[in-house]
Design a binder for this molecule. Structure first.
Ligand code: ZN
Length: 297
């Protein structure tokens, strides 16, 4: 059995693990994201220690971004224009691959999670699907006809612009680039800024949740119309309030208004907009799945 390494590289914490899949994780550590040098050094030290027991076939890195996921580019494996202090234009994949002498699979955190959900989770058997995370930020990735979504760079679904009724919601948004884009209105820090308390402390009947479902449903209906996914998986900390799923589904049906004539939406929306099958392990298991792709090269 090939042992894989996976890194879920988040803006606030890194999770590193070794194993072969969801039922076989050998070791795991998590630590806060500090400076690139210290954080990458800790990841390398963990895998060096683990490789003394079992050699690793490859490492997958599912990273916060924006990133350069193009293997033909001189900055492949870099975090590029992130506003996170100290992390802009940082080579993440290079030092890890060199220190451990293994192939590295590298992509966005959401493309990684999508790959993992397709391999082991809620998107098994599908070839066109999306994975969105709604947490500290909002990001989206996925597969189209069996291929992870890349193009000019990679999708940035979290920054799509949405209709904003300033009378109903005078909040100006928190995205440093766009103000009231999807992330600016619906990420965890936007909820905290708008209501003065974090999402996890808001009661289930608080009006925050209907408004949150409103912005998510606007974004999802745009994505249904542009990408035609066979399923949409919603993860991230904000989605751990279970009742938000039914509100999002209801509002997506209202917004589409019967136009997309598929039983998947009209009759089975509970199986169309779903939580991750891998739960809060979607990130690190997505990194395993990225490691697997690196072993095919
Ligand atoms: Zn934005």
């Amino acid at each position: 059995m090939r042992i894989l390494g996976g890194i879920e590289a988040g803006g606030t914490k890194f999770v590193c693990a070794t194993g072969t899949g969801p039922d076989d994780i050998h070791a795991e550590i998590r630590f806060p994201t500090t400076t690139p040098q210290e954080t990458i050094g800790k990841a390398i030290a963990f895998f060096e220690e683990e490789s003394r027991r079992n050699s690793l076939a490859a490492i997958g890195i599912a990273s916060f971004g924006p990133v350069d996921p193009n293997p033909a580019s001189p900055t492949f494996g870099y975090i590029t224009t992130t506003p996170k202090p100290g992390w802009a234009n940082v080579d993440l994949a290079g030092p890890i691959g060199q220190a451990l002498a293994v192939p590295v699979g590298f992509d966005t955190d959401v493309n990684g999670a999508a790959l993992g959900e397709g391999r082991w989770g809620a998107a098994q058997g599908l070839d066109t699907f999306l994975y969105l995370t709604i947490g500290t930020g909002v990001g989206g990735g996925g597969k189209v006809r069996g291929q992870l979504m890349h193009g000019l760079l990679h999708p940035e679904m979290g920054h799509m612009r949405l209709p904003h009724d300033w009378q109903a919601d005078p909040f100006e948004g928190i995205c440093p680039f766009h103000g009231d884009c999807l992330e600016g209105m619906a990420a965890g820090p936007a909820i905290r800024a708008r209501w003065g308390q974090p999402a996890e402390t808001l009661p289930p009947d608080h009006p925050a949740w209907q408004l949150e479902a409103h912005y998510l449903a606007l974004a999802l209906s745009n994505l249904v119309l542009t990408i035609s996914p066979q399923r949409i998986i919603l993860g991230g900390g904000v989605m751990s309030e279970p009742r938000i799923f039914s509100a999002v589904r209801f509002q997506v049906l209202e917004l589409l208004n019967g136009y997309v004539q598929s039983p998947a939406i009209l009759q089975h929306i509970d199986d169309y907009i779903v939580p991750p099958g891998l739960g809060n392990r979607a990130g690190v298991l997505g990194a395993f799945a990225l490691a697997e792709t690196a072993t095919y090269d």
